[in-house]
Design a protein around this ligand. Structure first.
Ligand code: ADP
Ligand code: MG
Length: 255
């Protein structure tokens, strides 16, 4: 399959008054269309920096990033959806109005897009809550609403930065299952950053293991489960433990 994004020898350092912090060093990997790439690494190793580079928010100091074979620049950026640890829903707006917000800002609140939003709300169990305020929803439902708010903008690429880490364990498992299932059904290309190995193995078709800072790619592990399995079912599959252990060992060589 043709690569959507390709990183070639990408390095990045932050420059502050206190000096230089090399965050990422000679990173190589690619993301194909419909990939779900999970990136794992210890805290502070440059995972969020990598997402900022992917989105074009930061530019590499060395190396190149290509999008569909062309150098990534402000003019050819693909449309990107972000999902973060905090859902950033506005309490003074209903769920529906929160979901419309991005469309309003882009002046794309058309009949067609509204219908698409309603379809997503129905499909993913939030239609009855469309007039509710965010505080009336559980943490998992709020993250689903945040994902729908992103999906209505029809992004080419979704970037997820530790989207479940603010949730309690049980909710976290269920939300991970929900979000993985939704993204597969909507045929999205996604890059997830996490420090949770189980999350990476249950969602990704490829796990990129980063070393501690400066982040380098230690290893890329292809993940292969029966495509019919949901993220939750993957956790119970026989191969799961092997993938988990492989990645765990690789990460702990650092410590
Ligand atoms: P991660 O997401 O893996 O925890 P980050 O990408 O946020 O790591 O950060 C990587 C390194 O770069 C860290 O050591 C962090 O302190 C440093 N860093 C991040 N953002 C900045 C910044 N704006 N200015 C200076 N240093 C930064
Ligand atoms: Mg981070």
């Amino acid at each position: 399959m043709k690569d959507l994004i390709h990183f070639q020898n990408v390095s990045y350092a932050y420059h502050t008054l206190a000096g230089e912090t090399l965050a990422l060093h000679k990173i190589n990997f690619s993301v194909a269309r419909n990939d779900f790439v999970a990136i794992v690494g210890p805290s502070g190793c440059g995972k969020s920096t990598l997402l900022s580079l992917l989105s074009g928010l930061l530019e590499p100091e060395e190396g190149t990033i290509t999008l569909n074979g062309e150098k990534l620049s402000s003019s050819n950026r693909c449309s990107i959806g972000y999902m973060l640890q905090k859902d950033q829903l506005f309490e003074w707006r209903s769920i529906e109005k929160n979901i419309f917000l991005g469309l309003e800002i882009r002046k794309q609140l058309t009949k067609e897009n509204k219908e698409y939003a309603m379809t997503l709300l129905k499909t993913y169990g939030l239609y009855e809550f469309r007039h509710a305020k965010p505080s009336e929803l559980s943490g998992g439902m709020r993250q689903r609403a945040a994902l729908i708010r992103t999906l209505v903008l029809r992004p080419d690429l979704l970037l997820l930065d530790e989207p479940f880490s603010a949730l309690d364990y049980q909710t976290r498992l269920n939300t991970c299952d929900d979000i993985g299932t939704i993204l597969k059904k909507e045929k999205k290309t996604a890059v997830l950053v996490t420090h949770d190995i189980a999350e990476a193995v249950s969602l990704g078709n490829k796990v990129i293991i980063l070393s501690k800072r400066p982040g380098t790619v230690k290893r890329i592990v292809p993940i292969d489960f029966d495509p019919a399995l949901t993220p939750m079912e993957r956790r119970n599959a026989a191969e799961f433990k092997n993938y988990f252990n492989t990645i765990w060992k690789e990460l702990n060589q650092d410590v």
